[in-house]
Design a binder for this molecule. Structure first.
Ligand SMILES: [Zn+2]
Length: 282
């Protein structure tokens, strides 16, 4: 029993075992060695979690609404293209397919892998995007890509190391990996504690900071080329931004000391563009 318990609290990032460091009312574990944070309770398998309800309820009610998704997709693509010129792009966890649609419209060859049957069907039937249904770790190795994108995926997967290993082996030498995840080192996460919307303990197993995600990427054979954070309002269309301004803008501006929507560390969402490092790999 004791051994099981020690195994249970082994840090996935630095390997430290046996430390008890519950955080955020016991919802999370926080490694006292490296600061990595993860959800204490074991989640159900992804097949059970990401059913139609996931995309229809619990804050995802607008998941398939075109306007906000297209706005978000356009911003993500602009960010990606500011660093990378993709030839063959693969998106892990492409949900309803709006980012793929934006990529296609920009003339890129792009396809997706999505675990949710409902979301991948929407992407195929309504947006006519090439999307395979299933696990990225199973399907991606049968494909090849010079750019892999995963927006709000890594915090959901059962094993982030296995996910990054798959990305590494699927990419061509020197290929690019673009990630976006909630930032638990954000001003809002610190301010709101268990009320922080990025926490979502039912769905989010892993919580990254600029430091811990960079460390995990290095361990997985990637060089970080670009890293910043954006505040949630970055993805809101101007009308929504105005509606929420009083709630968040004032607190975020006070925390970051600036009205900018990007910040090196304090924004709600952490963005990283990394490159497959072939020097350290055999
Ligand atoms: Zn650790």
């Amino acid at each position: 029993m004791r051994l099981d318990r020690i195994e249970l609290v082994r840090c996935q990032l630095c390997g430290r075992a046996g430390g008890d460091s519950p955080a955020l009312d016991g919802l999370m574990w926080s490694c006292p060695e490296c600061g990595f944070v993860w959800t204490a309770r074991q989640a159900p398998p992804p097949e059970e979690l990401y059913d139609e309800d996931y995309f229809a309820t619990g804050g995802y009610d607008d998941y398939f609404r075109a306007q906000p998704r297209r706005f978000e997709a356009a911003r993500r693509l602009r960010w990606l293209l500011s660093v990378v010129r993709p030839t063959v792009l693969l998106e892990a966890g492409c949900a309803g397919g709006y980012f793929l649609e934006a990529a296609h419209r920009a003339g890129l060859t792009a396809s997706g892998i999505e675990i949710s049957e409902a979301a991948s069907r929407f992407a195929r039937d309504h947006l006519h995007m090439p999307v395979r249904t299933g696990h990225f770790e199973t399907i991606a190795p049968t494909l090849t890509a010079d750019t892999i994108c995963a927006f709000h995926v890594l915090e959901h997967v059962e094993d982030p190391r296995a996910f990054l290993h798959t990305a590494h082996t699927t990419l061509t030498p020197g290929g690019w990996l673009a990630l976006e995840v909630p930032n638990i080192a954000s001003a809002a996460a610190r301010r709101l504690g268990t009320a922080w919307p990025g926490l979502q303990p039912r769905y989010h197993r892993w919580h990254f900071t600029p430091t811990t995600l960079t460390q995990l990427l290095h361990q997985s054979g990637f060089d970080v080329i670009r890293q910043d954070t954006v505040f949630s309002r970055f993805y809101w269309r101007p009308a929504a931004r105005l509606r929420h301004a009083r709630d968040l803008l004032i607190a975020d501006v006070a925390a970051s000391g600036s009205p900018r929507v990007t910040h090196p560390q304090l924004g709600d969402l952490l963005r990283i563009i990394a490159r497959r490092d072939d020097r350290s790999m055999s």
